[in-house]
Design a protein around this ligand. Structure first.
Ligand SMILES: N[C@@H](CCC(=O)N[C@@H](CS)C(=O)NCC(=O)O)C(=O)O
Length: 257
C-alpha cells in the first residue's frame, strides 16, 4: 500500500488517436477525466486509501473520446468507471463505496448507527438534490436557490460539532492509519469526499458568475473547505484550471440561460 501522501505522476489523457490499454489483463484501472467532479470523487477515495499502486489512473479526453472506451470498456460512455476483476463498474457513488469495501485500507463508513444513517442521507442528498438544485439555480435566482443548498451543508456540519468534517472528528481507525504513515494530513470520510469536488467548483464559480461567496455567513462551510484543502489525497486531484472551469460554467449555464 502506498502512503496517502504519495505524489502521483499524472498520465496524459487518452483520445481518439490513442490505443486502448490491454484490457482485462488483471490490472485495475480507474477511467476518469481530469475535469470531471464525479471522477474526482473516486480518485480522491483511491488516494486517501493509499491505493495508488493498486488502481491505475486512465484519464480520457471527453471532447475527443476514443471509440474503444464505449465499445470495449464502458458502454454508457461516461466517466468514472472502474475495471476490476474482469468487469467494469460505473457511477461515482457506487464506485466510492466499491473502492472502500473491496480494497485494503481503513473503511470510510462509520460503525456507529446514528452516524451511518446521517452519512447515507447526505450521500443520497448529494446527487438527488444538492448538485442538481445548485446547477438549476444558475439559470434562475442563484443566490437564493443555491443558498438553500449551502445552508443545508452548513447545518449538516453542525451536527457533529467536535471537528471540521461532516462527522466531526475523523474515525480513530483512519487517524491511526495516517499516523502510521507519518502523514500530517488525515483524510476525510466518505461523505466529505463526495461533496468536495462540487463545493470546490461552486466556491470558485459563484463569486465570478453571481458575485456570491458561498462561505459568507457560513463559518462551518468555510472551515470545512479550508481543512479539506489541506488533505494530500484531495490536493493531488485539484488539477482543474480555475479560469477554464469558470469559462466552461459561464458558457454552459449563463450564456444559455
Ligand atoms: N451519475 C454519474 C455521472 C457521470 C458523468 O456525468 N460524467 C460526465 C463527465 S463529468 C461524463 O462522462 N460525460 C460524458 C457524457 O455524458 O457523454 C456518476 O455519478 O458517475
Amino acid at each position: 500500500m502506498a502512503s496517502p501522501s504519495v505524489q502521483d505522476l499524472l498520465p496524459p489523457s487518452l483520445d481518439s488517436t490513442s490505443q486502448p490499454p490491454s484490457l482485462f489483463d488483471g490490472t485495475t484501472r480507474l477511467y476518469i477525466n481530469y475535469q470531471c467532479p464525479y471522477s474526482q470523487r473516486v480518485w480522491i477515495t483511491r488516494n486517501v486509501k493509499g491505493l495508488q499502486d493498486m488502481i491505475k489512473l486512465v484519464p480520457i479526453d471527453l471532447q475527443n473520446r476514443p471509440d474503444w472506451y464505449k465499445e470495449k470498456v464502458y458502454p454508457k460512455n461516461k466517466v468514472p468507471s472502474l475495471e476490476h476483476n474482469n468487469k467494469v463498474t460505473g457511477e461515482s457513488l457506487v464506485l466510492v463505496k466499491y473502492v472502500d469495501c473491496n480494497f485494503e485500507g481503513p473503511s470510510f463508513l462509520p460503525d456507529d448507527q446514528e452516524k451511518r444513517k446521517f452519512v447515507e442521507e447526505l450521500i443520497a442528498y448529494s446527487d438527488t438534490t444538492f448538485v442538481p438544485e445548485v446547477y438549476k439555480s444558475f439559470a434562475k435566482d442563484a443566490r437564493t436557490q443555491a443558498g438553500v443548498q449551502f445552508d443545508y451543508l452548513e447545518k449538516a456540519l453542525h451536527k457533529f460539532d467536535d471537528g471540521p468534517f461532516f462527522l466531526g472528528q475523523l474515525s480513530q481507525v483512519i487517524t491511526i492509519f495516517h499516523f502510521l504513515f507519518l502523514s500530517d494530513n488525515v483524510p476525510s470520510e466518505m461523505v466529505d469526499i463526495i461533496y468536495a469536488p462540487f463545493v470546490e467548483r461552486f466556491h470558485v464559480f459563484m463569486p465570478e458568475g453571481f458575485n456570491y461567496d458561498i462561505t459568507t455567513g457560513r463559518p462551518k462551510l468555510a472551515k470545512w473547505i479550508e481543512e479539506m484543502n489541506n488533505l494530500d489525497g484531495y490536493k493531488q486531484t485539484k488539477v482543474l484550471e480555475q479560469e477554464k472551469m469558470v469559462g466552461y460554467y459561464k458558457n454552459r449555464f449563463l450564456l444559455k440561460a
